[in-house]
Design a protein around this ligand. Structure first.
Ligand code: PEP
Ligand code: CO
Length: 454
C-alpha cells in the first residue's frame, strides 16, 4: 500500500474487500449513493473535531471513553423507548465511571448507523434450507426467507433515514430531556439485593450507589445550571464503517476546514475482519479527518499494527486513533502486551480501548450464542493488568449492551443462567449485556479505576 497515492472518497473501490456486499443491480446502488450524496450530513465537522479533542485528552489520561450499544442496530428498534433506554444505561454507566475514575467520561453510542454486519459465513442454513446470511439492516433483512435476505440498495436510504430519526431524538434528549434519568430513584439497583450476590460485592455496589446518589443530590442542591451541565450530556455516535458505499456517499469537504469528513458518524471504526493493510477499508479510512477506531483481534502482529498506525495516522495527530483490543479473556495476557510495547516503543499516540465482548463468544449445548459476564470482566481485568505491566494506560471500554431487560449474556449478580437465555433473547447478531449487567459492569470497572487512583 502506498499512502502517497491519490485518495478520493471512492478510491477504495480498486482495493480488495473481505466483506464486499454483492448487489444484483449496480445501477440501483449508484442511484442510492447519489441520493445519499445529496442528503444533508448526519453529523458535523465541528462535532467530530470536538470528539477528536476529547479523545486526545483521553490519550493523555485526562478522560475515559465509554462506547456501547447494539451489536446490530435495527430499523425496527428505532423507537423512543429503545433509544431512551440505551441513553439511560450509557449515561448511568458513565456517571458510575466518573465517580470511580474522577475524570470526565466521553460517551459514544454504537447507534444511529450501526446497521452493517460482517459475517463469517456468506450463507445460513436452517432445516436444510440455505439462504444468504443477514448482513445488517443496511444490506438485507433478518427474516429467514429468500426475499428478505436479498441485498437491497434501497436499505442504504432507509438506514440513513432511521439514523437521522435516531439522532434527532438523541439530540433532543441531550438538550435537557434527561430531567429524570439522573435521579437516583430511576436507577434499578435490584440486582444488588439478589440472593446470589456475594456480600462483599453487595456492600461495594451499595456504597458506590449511595455515594453517587449523594453526589447527584449535592449537584442538584447547587442549582439547575450545574445539574444541567452534568446531564445536558454529549453523546457521540459511532458504527463500524463497513459498507463503504454508505460511508463514502456522505464523505465530503466542509467549508473552512481542510480534508474530507465522513459525516455519517463521529467515530467510525474498522472491524477486525476488514483491517487488511492493502484492503478497501484502510484505503477509505486513511483519507478521512474523523477520529477512527480499529478493532484488533489476537492475530494482529506488532509490526502489522505499526504499519496500520502509519497508514491511518501518518502525522501522529492527537485524538485520531483508537485501538480497540478484543483478544478474549484467555488470550489477553499473552496477546496484548507485545502490542502495547510496540506502540510505546514507537512513541505513537493512540487511545487504548478494551472491547471485552468479541473475543468471548461461546455457544451453548443447544446452539445459542452467549457471553459470560465473568469472561467479559476477566478480559477487562487483563487489560488493566497488561497496561500496568507495560506502563501504558487503558483509555476506554467498548461494550455490546442494551438498556432493556434482555437475556442474552449469562452471569452477573442477578444470575442469568443458560436456562434463562430463551426468556428474552432479542439480538439479531451478538449477545448484549442487559441493563443490570451493564450497570454492574460499570461498578466493577469503576472499582478498578478508583484502585488505580490510590
Ligand atoms: C462488532 O463490533 O460488532 C464486531 C463485528 O467486532 P469485531 O470486528 O471486533 O469482530
Ligand atoms: Co458484535
Amino acid at each position: 500500500m502506498t499512502t502517497s497515492e491519490s485518495w478520493s472518497p471512492f478510491s477504495w473501490k480498486d482495493r480488495p474487500n473481505a466483506q464486499a456486499v454483492r448487489y444484483e443491480d449496480p445501477a440501483a446502488v449508484d442511484a442510492a449513493v447519489e441520493r445519499l450524496m445529496s442528503f444533508p450530513p448526519l453529523v458535523t465537522s465541528w462535532e467530530i473535531e470536538r470528539l477528536k479533542a476529547q479523545l486526545a485528552e483521553a490519550q493523555q489520561g485526562k478522560r475515559f471513553l465509554l462506547q456501547g450499544g447494539d451489536c446490530a442496530e435495527t430499523l425496527a428498534d428505532c423507537t423512543p423507548s429503545v433509544i431512551t433506554n440505551k441513553l439511560k444505561i450509557l449515561l448511568q454507566m458513565s456517571l458510575v465511571l466518573v465517580h470511580g475514575g474522577h475524570k470526565p467520561v466521553i460517551r459514544v453510542g454504537r447507534f444511529a448507523g450501526q446497521y452493517a454486519k460482517p459475517r463469517s459465513k456468506p450463507t445460513e442454513s436452517r432445516d436444510g434450507v440455505e439462504l444468504p446470511s443477514y448482513y445488517g439492516d443496511l444490506v438485507n433483512r433478518p427474516d429467514f426467507d429468500a426475499d428478505a435476505r436479498r441485498t437491497n440498495p434501497r436499505l442504504l436510504i432507509d438506514a440513513y433515514e432511521h439514523a437521522a430519526m435516531t439522532l434527532n431524538f438523541i439530540r433532543s434528549l441531550s438538550d435537557g430531556g434527561f430531567a429524570d434519568l439522573h435521579h437516583p430513584e430511576y436507577w434499578d439497583l435490584s440486582f444488588v439485593r439478589h440472593a446470589a450476590m456475594p456480600p462483599a460485592l453487595r456492600e461495594l455496589y451499595e456504597k458506590s450507589s449511595r455515594q453517587l446518589s449523594e453526589a447527584l443530590h449535592f449537584m442538584e442542591a447547587l442549582g439547575e445550571t450545574t445539574i444541567d451541565e452534568l446531564t445536558r450530556v454529549d453523546f457521540f455516535t459511532s458504527h463500524e464503517g463497513l459498507n463503504l458505499h454508505y460511508e463514502s456517499a456522505q464523505t465530503r469537504r466542509v467549508p473552512r476546514r481542510p480534508g474530507f469528513y465522513d459525516l455519517t458518524t463521529h467515530l467510525p471504526w474498522i472491524g477486525d475482519r476488514t483491517r487488511a493493510l492493502d484492503g478497501a477499508h484502510v484505503e477509505f479510512f486513511r483519507g478521512i479527518a474523523n477520529p477512527v477506531g480499529v478493532k484488533l483481534g489476537p492475530k494482529v502482529a506488532p509490526d502489522e499494527l505499526l504499519r496500520l498506525i502509519d497508514a491511518l495516522n501518518p502525522t501522529d495527530e492527537p485524538g485520531k486513533l483508537a485501538l480497540i483490543a478484543r483478544m478474549g479473556a484467555s488470550r489477553v495476557a499473552e496477546a496484548l502486551p507485545p502490542l502495547l510495547e510496540a506502540v510505546k516503543r514507537a512513541e505513537r499516540r493512540v487511545l487504548w480501548v478494551c472491547d471485552p465482548m468479541h473475543g468471548n463468544i461461546q455457544v451453548t449445548s443447544t446452539g445459542v450464542k452467549t457471553r459470560d459476564f465473568d469472561d467479559i470482566l476477566r478480559e477487562i481485568e487483563g487489560n488493566f493488568d497488561a497496561h500496568a505491566s507495560v506502563g501504558t494506560h487503558l483509555g476506554g471500554v467498548h461494550f455490546e449492551l442494551t438498556g432493556d431487560d434482555v437475556t442474552e449474556c449469562i452471569g452477573g449478580g442477578a444470575g442469568i443462567t443458560e436456562a434463562d437465555l430463551d426468556k428474552n433473547y432479542l439480538t439479531l447478531c451478538d449477545p448484549r449485556l442487559n441493563y443490570r449487567q451493564a450497570l454492574e459492569m460499570g461498578f466493577r470497572i469503576a472499582q478498578r479505576l478508583s484502585a488505580g487512583r490510590a
